[in-house]
Design a protein around this ligand. Structure first.
Ligand code: NDP
Length: 495
């Protein structure tokens, strides 16, 4: 409460002052979070400037572009490639639906790449227009913080210019991190993977997170031999264990070679390709090795330590629940703060920032029940708690309802791939506290389930909802039989 009043007071006073600054707000980084915060702040009447490096549609060396990682080299181009990769297996599935595919079907990687680049250029233009329509002044160049209210912009011709702002917002996102493995310079990251000149015939992917399983699915769907190496027993640490096992089964079912509990120890360039050595004494030769081992906040070139902004041990900017740093005029949102690194979360943080600072409404991002999807093929989507988290956090027992079934189209296509759904319920309150699905359209279905969880829906409410028949989604309202009831293991004292 004391903090709330303090923030109220400070913002009220600061808004009453006659502005001695060039801008009310200067944003460094025009990705999802930065653009949202800039536009919404301008709509509240603030004078806003934003800076971003220009975007190069092909080069992965220039990491700029209005729209940021999501639009330029993340979610959007990745999803286009996932769509591209899904058609091959779907055409195979179409045979039993009567489609005769007698002639050889060719896949033209360069055409897809071209269409993807066109779409990114279009979206980049839309984002720029969103800014100008909102009255935000866009500067092309690299920004760094040189004082609590000062940003220095290095323009494209190398000249430097300083702007003052009552508030500075850092929204510079994150970038791929490369593990220190001998020969690591032979590997690529997701930045390059989205714009490869040639489609690889043989790919090794290191990592078991979102990017690793998504690219493994993309390249496999396009016909490549894919070896996925990850250091845990299952991919997707932090997801529900049963779902992780389902994803692993599906990846394997689609022909991806899984190498669990595996690290890479060396990459060597040979005439046949890149020779990859693992700590399980395996040797794999590949055209491409993708490192998908996480991302780190982009703070190195921002001069933050010099102005006293506190960073954590991996270089993420430390912020309070309103996204404010220890320097009262400097704020940060999105991946650069390493809270929950998802585009829609950066959007939420940007919205809350604008409301709090310029909209006269204190507003904190709410990280509960944030749904997410991993766009492997078929996708995994989740919201709320995993079974493991629920058992850990619930006061009493946890009820688990699962449904594993053959999707209707597979009964005709003959594809051997089950869909799995799960609801996690608090036995005491009957509230659904977690939901997951691994199967076609999981992300599309989970968005609606997330609304139900956000509203605090009980299992009884799920059960009383009429299904849409025939659909996979209806399983979420017809899981009547309890799969298991799990009691929290007793502590020594309770025994
Ligand atoms: P993740 O953090 O999801 O996964 C990193 C993976 O790399 C983990 O499997 C991790 O293993 C492994 N790893 C880390 N260091 C090493 C190492 N030195 N050697 C071997 N393996 C290692 O990162 P991603 O790169 O996949 O994604 C980055 C971010 O982008 C994520 O935060 C995600 O939120 C976001 N993203 C979201 C997407 C979506 O919403 N669909 C899509 C793509 C990215 P372990 O689990 O053992 O730690």
């Amino acid at each position: 409460m004391a903090r709330k009043m303090q923030i109220d007071g400070e913002l009220e006073n600061s808004n009453k002052e006659e502005s001695q600054y060039d801008f009310d707000l200067f944003v460094i980084g025009a990705g999802s979070g930065g653009v949202r915060a800039a536009r919404f702040s301008a709509q509240y009447g603030a004078k806003v400037g934003i800076c971003e490096l220009p975007f190069h549609p092909i080069s992965s060396e220039v990491l700029g572009g209005v729209g940021g990682t999501c639009v330029i080299r993340g979610c959007v181009p990745k999803k286009i490639l996932v769509y591209g990769a899904s058609f091959g297996p779907e055409l195979e599935d179409a045979r039993n639906f009567g489609w005769e595919l007698n002639n050889k079907i060719d896949f033209n990687w360069k055409k897809l790449l071209h269409k993807k680049t066109e779409e990114i250029i279009r979206l980049n233009g839309i984002y720029k227009r969103l800014l100008s329509n909102a009255g935000v002044k866009l500067y092309e160049g690299e920004g760094k913080v040189v004082g609590p209210n000062e940003v220095e912009l290095t323009q494209l011709d190398g000249t430097k210019i300083c702007y003052s702002a009552k508030h500075v917002l850092i929204a510079t996102g994150s970038r791929s991190e490369r593990p220190d493995i001998p020969g690591q310079e032979l590997a690529i990251t997701s930045d390059e993977a989205l714009s490869l000149d040639e489609l690889p015939k043989r790919a090794v992917v290191l990592g078991g997170g979102y990017i690793a399983v998504e690219f493994a699915s993309i390249w496999r769907g396009m016909g490549a031999t894919v070896d996925l190496c990850f250091r845990k027993e299952l991919p997707l640490t932090y997801f529900d264990n049963e779902m992780r096992a389902a994803v692993a089964r599906n990846l394997e079912g689609r022909g991806i070679n899984l190498h669990p509990s595996t690290n890479l120890i060396e990459l060597v360039k040979t005439e046949e390709g890149i020779r990859v050595l693992t700590d399980n004494d395996q040797e794999i030769v590949a055209d491409i090795v993708l490192f998908a081992t996480g991302r780190i906040p982009t703070t190195k070139r921002l001069n933050l330590q010099a102005v006293g902004v506190e960073l954590d041990e991996i270089g993420a900017i430390k912020v309070d629940e309103y996204s404010r740093t220890n320097i009262p005029s400097i704020w940060a949102i999105g991946d650069v703060t390493n809270r929950m690194n998802l585009t829609p979360v950066a959007l939420m943080e940007g919205t809350c920032f604008a409301k709090t600072v310029f909209g006269g409404q204190l507003s904190k991002p709410d990280y509960s029940n944030v749904p997410t999807a991993v766009f492997c093929v078929p996708p995994l989507s989740v919201v709320g708690l995993t079974e493991e988290e629920a058992i850990e956090q619930a006061k009493g027992d946890v009820l688990i309802f699962t449904s594993t079934f053959n999707p209707m189209r597979n009964t005709i296509s003959g594809r051997q791939e089950k869909t799995i759904m799960k609801l996690v319920v608090d036995a005491e309150t009957d509230k659904v506290i977690g939901a997951s699905m691994c199967g076609p359209d999981a992300a599309e279905i989970m968005q609606g389930i997330a609304i139900a969880l956000k509203c605090g829906a009980t299992k009884a409410m799920f059960d009383s909802t009429v299904g849409i028949h025939p659909s996979a989604a209806e399983e979420f309202v017809t899981m009547r039989t309890l799969t298991r009831r799990v009691s929290k293991p007793k502590t020594k004292l309770q025994e």
